[in-house]
Design a protein around this ligand. Sequence first.
Ligand code: FES
Length: 472
Amino acid sequence: MAAAVVTRDYSLTGAESAHAVEQQLAEAEWYASPVPREAMRELLERRDDLALRDTALWFGLLFVFGALGYRWWGSWWAILPFAAYGVIYGSSSDSRWHESLHGTAFKTDWLNNVLYEIASFMVQRESTVWRWSHMRHHSDTIIVGLDPEIAVPRPPKLGRLVLSFLGYQATVAYFRKVWLHCAGQIMPDEKTFIPESAWNTVYLKARIYLAIYAGVVALSLWHHSLLPLMYIGLPNFYGYWLMPIYGYTQHAGLAEDVLDHRLNCRTVYMNRVNRYLYWNMNYHVEHHMFPLVPYHNLPRLHELVKADMPPAYDGLGAAWREIIPALRRQATDPDYYVQRELPKAARRRTAAHEARTVVSDGTATADGWLDVAAADSLAVEDVLRFDVGERTLAVYRAGDGEYHATDGLCTHGGTHLATGVVMGHQIECPKHNGRFDVRDGSPQRAPVCVAVRTHPVRVAEGRLQVRLNGGA
Ligand code: FES
């Protein structure tokens, strides 16, 4: 008799969740490939122009295909423009949603936030819920019991997976949750990653989403025509198919419960059209390893780290030739996974070690100032790590050339801020893109909610000095 297939508990409140915490897999330190510091500084540069160009083209294509669909509505010719409109709306909104969620699409953050709200609506993801869910996905990527975004739990249900290309399941799940949120309910799983302070926003946005859909349905009924729904609502069925073709390549069939993105993510080479539609999310190992790097710099990052990675897949076909047999085997053998081979010469190094670090022996002036470094050794919009005894700080030079210092560890998840990126007066944490104002330590961008402690700095005879708040 064949042994029963054991199903793991993928909920965020079950035994697997507690087990993952016991195994120290929660909020753990992940492997990061070595990247020269100067090269990383260049890669982290944010720009508005490229995302403005790409977004204008994206909305322009939606407008042109939408207008042609309107013009030809009632004839078979309308199928062609709506096929294109549907894919841009129902599939490529996923990557716009993703990049703007990370705040890396644009340099100007309100542009990220506007695109994020629009793309969230289009891709049918509640923006507040998914902002928090995706933070968790980055902290605990494919850790069973912790990651809310595991797309293909083992053993995979193959029939459901095939049907998922129609968009039906995703839409049903979306409206079910929107309905519950409208009624003021947060699911137990959601409570593990959405802070209570955000619940009212979840309820409000769910009501807005439902009101918009109700309006579109009413318009269709009023005109006795499907046409309004062809623009909003139905694209999530007829234009959805490309999203899983791209999306399942990210993690399907790969290892669970490992702390190395090279083992649980795929980087897949794609042609220019696919890379435009997918906004370079095909460089998925690189994105997970360095989520601060904007989409337009991921190909350059890939060139720098590829010697430290398993080989990238030579196209979508190559990735799917691995995924399909892997999922078929997992259906009867859930312990099976694709083992990615790591380069032998790979060096173990983590992002925290990449920060430029100054270690002080604790010797201070009579009035308590500790020497850090030559003031001009810190470039504008630069940061270094400063360790003294048990304390670790981040010392910054802001966009206006002024110096500041804070405690080193992010108040959200404990990642060292000296591995983040300085933009103007803000430091962005490398783990979940939370931000602090380095002048007063105040939180500036979710998920950080608690201020980081600041410390006085001064420049004396060309030397940068810091005095510890709270004593040494
Ligand atoms: S660790 Fe989450 S934003 Fe810093």
